[in-house]
Design a protein around this ligand. Structure first.
Ligand SMILES: *Cc1c(COP(=O)(O)O)cnc(C)c1O
Length: 445
């Protein structure tokens, strides 16, 4: 008898139709269209991969956030966090909704001006502001959120040189029960540095202190941390008034609200566990309204919400390149979008979905991007149906940070498309080509 050829055994769990300890499995979710446009049509028109944004979702999410705060507090102003997504078309929607601009670099400041935001509606954050950046900000009457004493002294010098006044706030860092504490930005509350900075600014003729700022971190799951932050800033506001008889105009609580994405290692999906805008608003406005600040002097509440306002509005459409087995028999899938486009895949378990009805059979799968590097993993373990080469997939909740932190590596960056309120699609950033990349290169003679 001929010896049978050896084949390495593979054990895989069959989950199709089998109840788990939570009951019958949910059907595989499918995303076949975005705002009424079929995924296949978008990819035919704009290629693969392609980022797609929904104007409808942006406006609805913003309206929800605004309503949560405006129904609880008399003076609220959002400022769009540019670094979260600074595509002109996206910023324009936020500005059209009434948002100011929150920028963290000279580049972002210039971008906001170029879009048409008035300088007086730009909040200038960040640890790196050059003399040139600060001069631009002062000349445009922006509000500079001072990060450290060296910046404070530089501002004093520049305002003297220009013989102009600067409108300023300070960034405060503090213990809100969230660790590790983001204490590398701004002046510390607990050790008295923030109070010291306030005193120095009040002494400087050409600096007008108008607000206090903090940004306690990002993806903060505890609304109570914001209540602590609001209380501490309110304390500084009251102290400033008692000593100088001066009420500051605003308190800025920065960004950091969690989006519905699921953090790696989380047991439950983020969409089930994240606080709502109402939860954050309740915590923050309770703290301000019940502080020692008299109601007629309540400051404007600024919010620089980034990811929670845009994550849901962004999708990445991608194509399956290959299915293979690893040395251990594990199912591997390769798609045409990698970590070069999805920076947030390093900390989220992004939702990846087929665009049409797949097989019932799910198998634990690792999803790789197309790059020639081992860390190009979009999902290291996802129960995924069998799909074929050429099948189209949709990755959801990728609106925040990916189209700013993406990198040009190995391949071109793709088209970005916006679907407007009438359901029409527009390219808002064109795919790169050789020309784009060679444009800035210089070959020495
Ligand atoms: C990044 C950033 C934001 C936005 O943060 P999210 O976590 O995306 O809401 C707001 N303010 C400052 C100062 C930032 O650096």
């Amino acid at each position: 008898m001929e010896k049978l050829k050896y084949e390495k055994p593979v054990i895989s769990k069959i989950t199709a139709g089998v109840p788990s300890k939570f009951g019958l499995p949910a059907r595989q979710k499918i995303i076949s269209e975005i705002d009424g446009i079929p995924v296949s049509k978008l990819m035919e028109e704009y290629g693969s991969p392609v980022f797609v944004f929904s104007e409808n979702t942006i406006r609805n999410t913003y309206a929800e956030a605004r309503q949560a705060f405006e129904t609880r507090y008399p003076k609220v102003q959002f400022a769009w966090s540019y670094k979260t997504n600074y595509l002109d078309a996206v910023c324009n929607i936020f500005h059209d909704e009434g948002s100011w601009a929150e920028v963290v670099s000279g580049f972002e400041f210039e971008k906001a001006l170029a879009i048409g935001v008035s300088g007086s509606q730009i909040l200038f954050n960040g640890p790196e502001k050059s003399e040139k950046d600060l001069t631009l900000a002062i000349n445009h009457n922006a509000c500079v959120h001072i990060d450290h004493f060296d910046e404070l002294y530089l501002l004093m010098e520049i305002t003297q040189k220009l013989d102009k006044k600067a409108r300023v706030a300070i960034r405060v860092n503090m213990d809100t029960g969230i660790y590790p504490m983001w204490d590398r930005f701004g002046f510390n509350y607990e050790n008295g540095e923030a109070w010291n900075a306030i005193n120095r600014i009040m002494l400087a003729d050409r600096l007008e202190l108008i607000g206090l700022h903090t940004h306690i971190g990002t993806y903060i799951m505890a609304p109570s941390a914001y209540a602590i932050a609001a209380t501490k800033l309110a304390n500084l506001l009251v102290a400033t008034h008692s000593k100088f008889g001066h009420w500051l105009k605003y308190i800025d609580l920065g960004g950091g609200f969690a989006s519905k994405n699921t953090l790696k290692g989380a047991y439950m999906p983020g969409s089930e566990t994240c606080p709502t805008f109402d939860d954050y608003a309740e915590a923050i406005t309770n703290a301000l309204i019940s502080s020692e600040i008299p109601h007629e002097n309540l400051p404007t509440l600024f919010l620089e919400t980034g990811r929670a306002l845009i994550d849901d509005a962004g999708y990445l459409l991608t194509t399956v390149l290959a299915n293979k087995r690893s040395s251990t028999g594990r199912r591997n899938m390769v798609i045409d979008a990698g970590v070069n486009l999805l920076f947030t895949s390093f900390w989220y378990n992004l939702g990846v979905y087929p665009s049409k009805s797949p097989s019932e059979y799910l198998e634990e799968t690792t999803i790789y991007g197309p790059l020639c590097m081992n860390i190009d993993v979009i999902r290291d373990a996802i129960n995924f149906p069998h799909v074929k080469t050429g099948d189209q997939l949709v990755i959801e909740r990728v609106g925040a940070y990916n189209v700013t932190q993406w990198m040009q590596f190995i391949t071109y960056r793709p088209n970005v498309v916006l679907i407007d309120l009438e359901g029409r699609s527009h390219v808002i950033k064109k795919k790169e080509d050789l020309e784009t990349l060679k444009n800035k290169e210089v070959k020495p003679e």
